[in-house]
Design a protein around this ligand. Structure first.
Ligand SMILES: C[S@@+](CC[C@H](N)C(=O)[O-])C[C@H]1O[C@@H](n2cnc3c(N)ncnc32)[C@H](O)[C@@H]1O
Length: 262
């Protein structure tokens, strides 16, 4: 059995000293709550890191809501029942509230992780100029490029922030990967990322541990499992648990050898 697989099968790594009154955190698990929850969320992780009960996470890889100025129902076919299911999608804060919200979780992430990679939404670059180290692009070869702020854009931007250096850097800032696949359409989530994209980015980052406060359908978790990297994440909507479980179960360490995965 490879060492990365062993690591995956024995994930109950305790990160806490015996004297501490904090609860443990367990690698490779999802917390279904607001990532800013004081008891379980990023503020809790900050307390653990600042008291040296856990080391900082090597990397944050995440994709928060972009504040697309949209509130409404999206129809998505349920793969199992073949029925259209309506999902309420609310992503319409005022500019000021959105900026305050970004600042609050980014501030926490800076204290509990060494490096960050964050998809930002092209209209949001103005909020990130004072925080970013560099910008990267995901080119979706198969996207028709409809709309400028919605999901169908042909390119998406991510920023890198934190402590990158010549030794620890992403060798590429442009990633090409198709948007669509049959497997992704089986998910409930409206904007799952392709697994291959996250595998490529994570592999290039050489991260040893990764945190995603906005897991969605669980792409970061699945890609981390493929690469044998310990991960930890948050998702506030319990309805995405089945997507996350499905993607983690399908993610096998040997997938990284293949060119195309779900
Ligand atoms: C753009 S999606 C992430 C998609 C994900 N990258 C994927 O590949 O499936 C953002 C996710 O963050 C979740 N979310 C929004 N606000 C949150 C919060 N405060 N805490 C935790 N999760 C949150 C949403 O429910 C949504 O699933």
């Amino acid at each position: 059995m490879s060492s990365s697989l062993e690591k995956w099968l024995h994930p109950k790594q305790q990160l806490i000293s015996e004297q501490s009154s904090f609860k443990e955190i367990i690698w490779n698990t999802v917390q279904y709550c607001d990532c800013m929850d004081a008891e379980r969320g990023l503020p809790y992780l900050r307390r653990l890191v600042s008291t040296k009960q856990i080391p900082p996470f090597d990397l944050v890889l995440t994709d928060p809501p972009f504040n697309l100025n949209y509130e409404g129902y999206t129809d998505k076919m349920d793969y199992h029942t073949h029925k259209l299911v309506k999902h309420l999608y609310q992503d319409n804060l005022s500019e000021e509230k959105y900026l305050n919200w970004i600042n609050s979780w980014f501030h926490e992430l800076q204290q509990i992780s060494i490096r960050q990679i964050i998809f930002i939404g092209r209209q949001n670059i103005k909020y990130w100029t004072d925080k970013l180290k560099d910008i990267g692009v995901w080119i979706k070869r198969d996207s028709q490029g409809m709309g400028s702020t919605f999901w169908f854009v042909k390119h998406e931007f991510f920023i890198t922030a934190g402590k990158w250096s010549n030794k620890v850097r992403l060798p590429m800032s442009i990633y090409e990967c198709n948007l669509y696949s049959n497997k992704l359409s089986e998910l409930k989530h409206t904007c799952p990322r392709p697994l291959q994209l996250y595998i490529d980015i994570l592999r290039d980052s050489k991260a040893k541990s990764v945190l995603d406060p906005f897991l969605g359908s669980g792409t970061t978790a699945a890609a981390s499992k493929v690469l044998g990297i310990n991960w930890y994440g948050y998702e506030k909507e319990l309805k995405y648990k089945s997507d996350i479980d499905y993607r983690i179960n399908r993610a096998k360490p040997e997938l990284k050898l293949k060119q195309k995965v779900l």
